[in-house]
Design a binder for this molecule. Structure first.
Ligand SMILES: [Zn+2]
Length: 387
C-alpha cells in the first residue's frame, strides 16, 4: 500500500461541490466531485448533535488542527474518505448554513452571517490528509487498524465495512434509514440506534440465528435483501399480532428466538394482553421483561418472572415459631419430615438447613407474604419445587 501526505488542501477545496443529503443523513461528495465523503462501508453521519459538529467548527475558528484525515484513491482516480467523514460533513454542513454556532457574545451565527475574516479563517484552514492506494482487502484491513479516532466503530459498523457491497447498501437503505416510515414501530421492539446499525444488527441476528458474519459473507454480492427483510418483518408482525399493545420492556427482547419457539402456537390477543396487564400489576413479579416469554410458553416457567422470594426478616420468625411448636410436640420442625419415615420424624433442623416455601404456589394464587410461608428441610423443599 502506498501513502501520500497532502498538506495544502483547504476546507474551501473540500467544500467545493459539497453535497449533503438530508434524506439519507450523510455527506455525499466534495472536492469538486472527486471525493466520495461517505462510501458504503462508512458509518452514517452521527455528529449532527449540536456538540460534536459545533466542536469541529470551533476548532477551525480557533485555528486548531482537525487531526489526520485519510482518503483512499480509487482505480477511477477519485477519492473516498476512509477516516474523517464526520469532521468533513460537519464543516461542509456549516459552510452550507445547515447549522449555527454561538459567537463570542453568545449569539447564534450561521456561516453566511459571520464576519468576512472569520469566514476566510474557516475556508483557508489547511487539512492534513493521507492518501492511500492499494488493494481493497489491504485498505479495509487497515481501516480496521486506524479506527481509533473519535467514536470507535462498533462490531456491526466494522462488518459493514468488511462486507461492503450491494447487500450492505440495500440493507442500510432499509434498516439504517431514520426516514423509513416503519422505523418508529420497529424500535418499539428492537433496541438501539439505526444510525449505529443496531436495527440492522438485530435483523441479521434473527435471520442468521446468530451467525451474522457467516450470513453477511454468504450474501455479500446479493443485489437484494428479500430474505432479511421478509424474515424481520414476519417476526415483528407476529409480535405485533400476538400482543395487543406495547410496553417499554418489550424493547430489545430476543423476538427472533421467541418467534422460532412459539409462532406455531395459537394465541388470543385480547386474553394475552389481559394477562400482560395482570402480571404488570403483580408486585411479586420482579422481572417484567420475562412476562412475555412466560405467557408465550403457557405460563409454565415462573422462574422467568424472578418472583420475589422470602427474606430472612420474614423467614426467621417462621422458623422460630415452627421450631418451638415442633419441640413442644416432640416432632420435626420440617412439617413433611414430621409425617414421613421414622429416621427424620423428630429431627430439629437448624435455620440454615431449611428453605422457605410457599404453602400455596404463586402460580396458584399464593401470596408472597408471611402468611403463605413455611420452612421445609432442604430435601423436601427441593422435592416440592420439582413438582
Ligand atoms: Zn423434611
Amino acid at each position: 500500500m502506498k501513502t501520500t501526505l497532502l498538506t495544502d488542501l483547504t476546507v474551501a477545496d473540500i467544500c467545493d461541490g459539497f453535497v449533503y443529503n438530508e434524506f439519507e443523513g450523510k455527506g455525499l461528495f466534495g472536492w469538486g466531485g472527486k471525493l466520495v465523503i461517505q462510501p458504503e462501508y462508512q458509518r452514517n453521519y452521527i455528529y449532527a448533535d449540536g456538540k460534536r459538529d459545533v466542536a469541529v467548527v470551533d476548532s477551525l475558528l480557533k485555528g486548531y488542527p482537525l487531526g489526520l484525515i485519510y482518503f483512499v484513491k480509487t482505480e477511477r482516480g477519485t477519492y473516498e474518505v476512509l477516516d474523517g467523514q464526520q469532521r468533513i460533513t460537519s464543516f461542509g454542513r456549516f459552510v452550507k448554513d445547515k447549522f449555527s454556532v454561538k459567537d463570542a457574545n453568545g449569539m447564534e451565527q450561521y456561516f453566511s452571517g459571520l464576519a468576512a475574516d472569520l469566514q476566510e479563517k474557516i475556508l483557508s484552514a489547511k487539512l492534513t490528509i493521507y492518501v492511500c492506494e492499494g488493494e481493497d482487502s489491504e485498505i479495509k484491513n487497515w481501516f480496521k487498524t486506524i479506527n481509533i479516532a473519535g467514536v470507535p466503530l462498533n462490531e456491526q459498523e466494522l462488518l459493514n465495512a468488511i462486507y461492503s457491497g450491494p447487500f450492505v447498501s440495500a440493507a442500510k437503505a432499509t434498516f439504517s434509514n431514520s426516514k423509513n416510515a416503519k422505523m418508529q414501530m420497529w424500535k418499539s421492539y428492537v433496541k438501539g440506534n439505526e444510525n449505529r446499525q443496531d436495527i440492522l444488527r438485530t435483523a441479521l441476528e434473527w435471520v442468521s440465528k446468530g451467525n451474522v458474519t457467516g450470513y453477511m459473507s454468504a450474501h455479500r454480492h446479493d443485489e437484494t435483501i428479500d430474505e432479511l427483510k421478509t424474515y424481520f418483518e414476519t417476526v415483528i408482525d407476529w409480535v405485533d399480532g400476538v400482543f395487543n399493545g406495547t410496553e417499554d420492556e418489550m424493547c430489545g427482547l430476543e423476538w427472533g428466538r421467541l418467534y422460532e419457539a412459539y409462532h406455531n402456537n395459537g394465541y388470543v390477543p385480547e386474553e394475552v394482553w389481559t394477562r400482560v396487564k395482570e402480571l404488570y400489576a403483580d408486585e411479586f413479579v420482579k422481572n417484567r421483561r420475562g412476562i412475555f416469554e412466560y405467557i408465550l410458553g403457557g405460563e409454565t416457567e415462573p422462574r422467568l418472572l424472578e418472583l420475589r422470594v422470602f427474606e430472612p426478616k420474614e423467614t426467621k420468625p417462621v422458623y422460630a415459631r415452627q421450631t418451638k411448636e415442633a419441640e413442644e410436640h416432640g416432632h420435626s420442625n420440617c412439617p413433611l419430615c414430621a409425617i414421613g419415615p421414622a429416621a427424620n420424624r423428630t429431627r430439629i433442623y437448624k435455620f440454615n438447613e431449611m428453605d422457605a416455601d410457599h404453602v400455596t404456589a404463586w402460580s396458584k394464587g399464593g401470596a408472597t407474604d408471611i402468611s403463605n410461608c413455611q420452612m421445609l428441610c432442604k430435601t423436601h423443599n427441593r422435592a416440592k419445587g420439582n413438582k
